[in-house]
Unconditional design. Structure first.
Lengths: 296, 361
């Protein structure tokens, strides 16, 4: 009998995940952002499989700088390459840089922040000084600086630079979260039960401090995408013929054909804009759902 | 007369003492915050110094070109002091910095101070214009969205703000340039002032709009303003969007508070309640965001100045990196981060002015 009841009531059990899903479905911006993001991920994943034209190699000077047509829906660039294909392949590059750089920053930054907040003392002070120092530079400028000292501009260095720039944000967030939780009763209880410091930190503190970090992570992908494009545009990021969006716009700008052939600039820019709007919406949605204190 | 009778007696000096104590605490707090900046600024100078030296490539080589002999490169390196040990270079550099000697540009041989006098006002002018645009559009948009919460107006405004935060600055600049100067020729495409006017006009502060006003030269003011519009809009769009979002969030919270309801119940006009009672209290987080946006402005200046050929600090640093111009990059980045740090401090301190509840100890 009791087994039957248990079986019946099972679907009604609310796991944190099911609560999350239910709340998320009510968040309009979140859903739209999720859809946009999924579209971009799908485009990025499909790019290597389906390719009407090769993104960086299919040059054909006979059809250079053609306006959008049925064959080339976004037109062609100065080497006669299909812009739609390039923009499409750019989705993968942008997504990879965004996700990898943010993940790296999130893992490293949060780890350092957790430790600093938990240990306190001189280590905390030292880390505080380092974060203050890094935050004393406007983000893009610091990224430019880091890229400038790398032997030669490349996508990998862009990724690393953008990641480093974001680390202090996560250090602060993680440190703040741990300090806020450190003195709560349940942590004291764990301590009284003889749990080791490591266990308290990773088993009791970290899981409860993750939410703001994940929300920030989604929003950071937006920033990272914009910064990748900015560095690419300045000639400090991905190099031609890589179909990176910022680099494509830079090609058009420096090649001085952007004003006579605006489609070479408009479409990569729209791609940046739409993907960043998607990440921002998704991040906003996650924040609404995960942070009950957020006002809407 | 009667009011005087009922006024509770108060020893006049007690009040004064209270003021003095408060000011003293505030002053001590200011001082401590200023002192707290020192280790950060020291670290920044060290970091910038190390960074600039880590940029691959030899400035002496860049200066003389590929075909220079080993000997002349060596001589130039000695002239620039680059052959000394790195610690000695840093000490010399800090000494020069503290005595106000910024050195000369390796590439153009122009004293850094001269370049700064010319370029810094340009960036300042651009940033101020961008910030004016951001605040004057962003705050009303945010208030509008908060007042018409959950309506079409709110959604449209916030959608606009979202697009604004997601905008690649350089792309926006190019689109603006394409529409407003290449297609319709409303605004000049680049530079700070028309070439023709540069020959006859002697600037004072190098903030050209201000100079035009000071010299009572309407033609200059108009010309400089026309040049300023597009870069300022491009640069100000992201801060505008951030400010709009923050104002909305903050206003929504304030509008739900009891004192706002009281103000309404008293029969005050909607306009007074919103702009006088609510907005004043909603501005605190907005001010934080305005201050923090300065960082975005200074970073964005590198991109905007490149697009619009605006000869400010941003394009100066950018060119400096490519030319391995150590003194230029050092001074530029130091200046930018100094401003950034100071603005953040001012934001913190301005809380006292806007929120008397905050206590400083």
């Amino acid at each position: 009998m009791s087994a039957v009841i248990a079986a019946r009531s099972e679907p009604k059990i609310q796991t944190p995940f099911s609560i999350f899903v239910r709340r998320f479905r009510k968040s309009g911006p979140g859903k739209l952002g999720a859809v946009l993001t999924v579209i971009f991920i799908a485009l990025a994943l499909l790019a290597p499989v389906l390719k009407p034209y090769d993104a960086s190699m299919d040059a054909n000077l006979q059809i250079k700088l053609q306006a959008p047509s049925w064959q080339h829906i976004m037109g062609t660039d100065d080497l006669g390459r299909d812009i739609a294909t390039r923009v499409w392949h750019g989705a993968g590059i942008s997504l990879r840089v965004g996700v990898v750089s943010v993940t790296l920053a999130l893992v490293v930054g949060s780890f350092v922040g957790f430790i600093a907040g938990f240990l306190g003392g001189w280590f905390d002070i030292f880390i505080g000084w380092i974060t203050d120092l890094m935050l004393a530079f406007p983000g893009t400028l610091l990224a430019i600086g880091i890229v400038a000292i790398s032997p030669k501009p490349s996508l990998e260095n862009t990724l690393l630079a953008i990641s480093i720039v974001q680390i202090p944000i996560y250090i602060r967030l993680a440190r703040g979260a741990v300090i806020g939780l450190r003195d709560l009763e349940y942590v004291q209880a764990a301590n009284a039960l003889g749990a080791s410091n490591l266990r308290i930190l990773f088993r009791h503190l970290v899981p409860n401090a993750l939410t703001p970090l994940l929300v920030q992570g989604t929003l950071s992908i937006a920033t990272a995408t914009l910064e990748t494009a900015a560095l690419g545009f300045l000639g400090l990021g991905a190099q031609p013929p890589t179909p990176e969006w910022g680099t494509m716009i830079a090609d058009a700008f420096r090649g001085a054909y952007w004003d006579s052939a605006p489609w070479t600039t408009v479409f990569p820019g729209l791609a940046i804009l739409f993907s960043v709007v998607g990440y921002n919406l998704l991040g906003d949605g996650l924040r609404d759902v995960l942070d009950p204190r957020a006002v809407n | 007369m009667r009011t005087d009778v009922f006024k509770p007696f108060r020893f006049p000096r007690a009040n004064m003492l209270e003021t003095i104590t408060k000011e003293f605490i505030l002053g001590a707090y200011f001082l401590r915050r200023l002192l707290g900046l020192l280790p950060v600024l020291l670290g920044v100078s060290l970091l910038v110094f190390a960074f600039v030296r880590a940029i691959p490539g030899d400035p002496a080589r860049v200066m003389l070109g590929e075909r220079a002999t080993e000997e002349s490169v060596k001589r130039i390196r000695a002239d620039l002091g680059l052959d000394k040990p790195i610690t000695e270079q840093y000490v010399k550099y800090m000494g020069n910095l503290l005595t106000g000697n910024l050195g000369t540009s390796i590439f153009s041989q122009i004293p850094i101070a001269d370049d700064l006098r010319r370029r810094f006002p340009a960036t300042l002018e651009l940033s101020i214009a961008a910030m004016l645009f951001a605040v004057m559009i962003g705050v009303p948009l945010g208030v509008l969205a908060a007042v018409r919460r959950n309506t079409g107006v709110d959604n449209a405004t916030m959608a606009l703000a979202l697009v604004g935060v997601s905008m690649p600055v350089f792309w926006l600049g190019m689109i603006l340039k394409f529409i407003f100067s290449i297609q319709t020729k409303i605004f000049p495409p680049s530079a700070r002032i028309s070439d023709l006017l540069t020959f006859t006009f002697v600037p004072i502060t190098n903030m050209l709009v201000l100079d035009g006003i000071l010299r009572v030269n309407p033609a200059i003011v108009w010309d400089a303003l026309l040049h300023l519009v597009m870069p300022a809009v491009a640069l100000g769009t992201i801060p505008m969007a951030i400010i709009a979002r923050m104002t909305r969030a903050s206003m929504v919270e304030v509008l739900s508070q009891d004192y706002v309801r009281t103000a309404r119940a008293k029969g005050l006009v909607q306009r007074t309640v919103i702009w006088k009672h609510a907005l004043r209290n909603a501005m605190l987080p907005v001010i934080t965001v305005i201050g923090l946006s300065f960082g975005t402005l200074l970073s964005g200046a590198v991109l905007t100045e490149t697009i619009f050929a605006w000869s400010g600090i941003g394009s100066w640093i950018y060119e400096g990196i490519f030319q391995r111009d150590y003194p230029v990059v050092q001074s530029g980045v130091l200046l930018v981060s100094l401003i950034f740090v100071l603005v953040n401090l001012i934001v913190d301190l301005s809380y006292a002015a806007f929120d008397p509840r905050i206590q400083y100890r």
